[in-house]
Design a protein around this ligand. Structure first.
Ligand code: ADP
Ligand code: MG
Length: 343
């Protein structure tokens, strides 16, 4: 018998995740494509291509076809989606129905590009769901109630801030600062303050290992808590002056300093959304707190940083990297009842 499979897609700037109805999340790979400059032939996609970032010979380029949550390179993105669909459906791509998350502020042109890239990959019908809604559903927030919820999805390229009530976005803002900007800030800081040239993968690794948004122990209000030893890390790079390889020990404090500027930009965006929120909904948010999703919500103490500077309790959902795809997946499993709600 022939029946249409249902697939969910979270096409992020940093990571792409695929959900297959009845199976769950079947694929989680970096949104990276490597191709040869000579004949534009794709040589690797996903995990394998990410390994090549910054390590390619002159004839091969590894690049991220999504920028700031939207398609930047159409040809490469649609080739990548085709590859991921095949991989997720084990080669049997028979006109699946696709639900895909898109940024809250996506334009008509950006939406059309996403729909046609999915159709080119074999999709029969394509349904779009706004990312903050998907993240909220994935975080098991009862979004259809007449009550305000605030979602801050901090990904690779963008941070999406949204106030949701009655299943819709009431206020919504996209900030073009997220994980990648943290990496760039660390990379620049290493060069300026430590005379060390590093690549982006190293900068990301530093962020994950010793990145910390708010120093000091705010969990325990005891005197000895402040005496927590500073985390340090050995970093390999190239000396800015001599050009020779160099190893350096760098601590949390220095990296925290590097992160201040992008963190402040995210904070300003959150504050601006809070200031545009209708008072009744703002009161709900004070009660329920700010919900953080996306991979960059894993940055140590980012919830404490936001709580500290907004005065509103903030918390990170379980497995924040999977919040959006979980929400997309839940939408797919009940696609018929959702057909009304999503476009
Ligand atoms: P997108 O939806 O834009 O693809 P994701 O939600 O997948 O983004 O998040 C990717 C970002 O999360 C990357 O910038 C990555 O460096 C960051 N990230 C992943 N794990 C951690 C961690 N443990 N600490 C800090 N940042 C992290
Ligand atoms: Mg995302």
């Amino acid at each position: 018998m022939f029946f249409k499979r249902k697939i969910g897609l979270d096409l992020g700037t940093a990571n792409t995740l695929v959900y297959v109805a009845g199976e769950g999340i079947v694929l989680h790979e970096p949104t990276v494509v490597a191709y040869s400059l000579e004949d534009q032939r794709i040589v690797a996609i996903g995990e394998e291509a990410k390994e090549m970032l910054g390590r390619t010979p002159g004839t091969i380029v590894a690049s991220r076809p999504m920028k700031e949550g939207v398609i930047a390179d159409y040809r490469t993105t649609s080739a990548m989606i085709t590859y991921f669909f095949k991989k997720a459906l084990k080669g049997r791509v028979f006109w699946p129905q696709v639900v895909i998350s898109i940024p809250g502020g996506a334009s008509q042109v950006e939406k059309r590009a996403v729909v046609s890239a999915c159709k080119q990959a074999g999709a029969s019908d394509v349904y779009l769901i706004e990312e903050p809604l998907a993240a909220a559903i994935g975080a098991k927030i009862p979004i259809s109630q007449a009550s305000g919820h605030m979602i801050v999805n901090i990904g690779g390229g963008t941070t999406e801030v949204a106030i949701i009530s009655l299943g819709q976005l009431v206020v919504n803002k996209t900030i073009r600062v997220a994980g990648t900007k943290f990496d760039e800030a660390i990379l620049n800081h290493m060069r300026k303050k430590h005379n060390l040239i590093i690549g982006e993968p190293t900068a990301e690794n530093i962020k994950i290992k010793i990145g910390n948004a708010l120093l000091g122990d705010y969990s325990a209000a005891s005197a000895e808590a402040t005496a927590v030893e500073e985390k340090t890390m050995e970093i390999k790079g190239r000396d800015f002056q001599s050009g020779l390889p160099k190893i350096l020990i760098v601590g949390e404090k220095s990296i925290n300093e590097a992160l201040q500027k992008p963190l402040k930009q995210i904070l300003e965006g959150i504050k601006s959304v809070l200031s545009q929120t209708p008072p009744e909904l703002a009161a709900d948010i004070v009660d329920k707190g700010i919900v953080l999703t996306g991979g960059s919500a894993l940055l140590t103490n980012i919830e404490r940083y936001i709580t500290y500077y907004t005065g509103v309790a903030s918390f990170v959902v379980e497995d924040p990297l999977f919040a959006v795809i979980r929400g997309v997946g839940m939408t797919i499993e009940s696609l018929d009842s959702f057909k009304e709600a999503i476009r």
